[in-house]
Design a protein around this ligand. Structure first.
Ligand SMILES: Nc1nc2c(ncn2[C@@H]2O[C@H](COP(=O)(O)OP(=O)(O)O)[C@@H](O)[C@H]2O)c(=O)[nH]1
Ligand SMILES: [Mg+2]
Ligand SMILES: [Zn+2]
Length: 385
């Protein structure tokens, strides 16, 4: 069974909904689509067909429902949020990932870079990783790839979802090719940290967290003043600093509710911690010069996700988080207030590999570190990548 790329609800095998997109029929305000998008949406006529009780096994609706008004063939949409499924979506399998974290923790740059890394990994493994829809291709190019890889600059902060034209309303859908005879996709939903820092985090347009397969929670070490102080003369200070990680994690876990996504707690901007190697005589310089540490190696692009390395890294990052005064955060995933255990793992990544200078990336270019690890951890149970 697969999931809707926008609301992440499982696709119901007994319920089919189509929407007229001919443009010739009157579009009316669509409360369901608006609530799940976070802004006003108008939709063409909507048709629904439910399987009748006692229908024969293998029941399927007639192929290609036609709009009763204009008679045009209508595409299938999600029954919950009216998102138009890509072609053949029901027969495919999608792994759905939701980004989380306070403002400026590095979520959007991570997406920009991890997609490139997944493409490279795909090449190495002989499968192609590519945008599954025209909209994903355009949005990825415009908002992620171009600012970073062409203009060599940083990205704009992600706007709140209720701001007209905020790009994260659209999921990023990437095809991973055929695995075990099934078309596989990975869907990534970016969010604005600002939406997660406030009570807006309970809104319907963020309800996808509950149905996600993976939640990537980013923790920014530069938010820790002790680290910023030590780095002062070593790397340019960053212009944007975000909100309280613990508040955001609580809001995210509240949105997850009774859902059971795997939670990757990711120590981002790891290059900044690695730079502490140069601070003479400090505890951090010793930690960052430890030749045996998994957090100083990067085997992430190897043929298979290495679970043993992943477990080692997990333990090491756990102790780094405790040193970064993130004990409450560690406790929140290890002993969740809901009482229901959360499957979680700690990671360390750097999207850029080096500190940016003002609004530009470093002249040495982009050197990602361990970016694909969390994605491979989420995908490993389905045997993909
Ligand atoms: N040193 C370093 N800084 C980073 C890295 N990734 C992001 N940043 C910094 O963090 C800022 C916010 O990144 P962005 O991805 O827009 O954060 P978002 O608000 O969580 O989406 C960027 O402008 C960079 O200055 C990284 O890998 N290394
Ligand atoms: Mg962002
Ligand atoms: Zn949906």
């Amino acid at each position: 069974m697969t999931k809707c790329p926008r609301c992440f609800h499982p696709v119901d095998p007994n319920n089919y909904v189509w929407m007229c997109v001919s443009g010739r029929c009157e579009a009316k305000p669509d409360p369901a689509a608006s609530a799940f998008t976070g802004g006003p949406v108008a939709s063409g006529p909507i048709l629904q067909l439910r399987q009748a009780p006692g229908a024969a096994p293998g029941w399927a609706p007639p192929d290609g429902a036609a709009c009763p008004t204009c008679n045009e063939r209508t595409p299938e949409v999600c029954a919950m949020c009216h998102y138009r499924y890509p072609e053949g979506w029901r027969q495919a399998q999608a792994t759905c990932i939701a980004m989380a974290g306070a403002r400026a923790t590095g979520k959007s740059l991570y997406i920009a870079v991890v997609i490139k890394q997944l493409e490279q990994l795909g090449e190495r493994l002989g499968c192609s990783v590519e945008p599954a829809t025209q909209l994903t291709q355009t949005n990825y190019q415009t908002y992620y790839e171009k600012p970073l890889y062409e203009e060599r600059g940083l990205m704009q902060s992600t706007q709140r979802a209720d701001v007209e034209g905020s790009y994260q309303r659209e999921p990023l859908i990437f095809s991973l090719g055929l695995w075990g005879g099934v078309r596989r996709y990975v869907v990534i939903r970016d969010v604005a940290g600002e939406d997660l820092e406030s009570s807006a985090s309970q809104a319907l347009h963020l309800s996808f967290f509950a149905n996600a397969d993976g939640v990537f929670f980013m923790f920014d070490p530069l938010k820790v003043s002790e680290i910023r102080d030590q780095l002062m003369d070593l790397v340019p200070s960053q212009l944007r600093i975000g909100g309280e990680p613990k508040t955001v994690l609580s809001n995210v876990l509240m949105s997850v509710g009774i859902g059971t996504p795997k939670v990757a707690v990711i120590l981002s901007k790891f290059d900044a911690l690695q730079a502490l190697r140069k601070v003479d005589g400090s505890e951090w310089s010793q930690l960052m010069a430890n030749p045996g540490a998994a957090y100083l190696r990067d085997p992430s692009m190897s043929v298979r996700y290495n679970d043993v390395d992943g477990e080692l890294l997990h333990q090491e990052v756990r102790s780094l988080l405790l040193k970064l005064h993130a004990g409450p955060l560690v406790a929140a995933v290890e002993n969740p207030t809901s009482g229901a255990p959360i499957p979680f793992r700690f990671f360390a990544v750097s999207a850029l590999g080096d500190s940016p200078i003002g609004e530009n990336i470093h002249s040495r270019g982009i050197a990602p570190f361990r970016c694909v690890d969390p994605v491979r951890w989420i995908l490993s149970p389905v045997g993909v990548l």
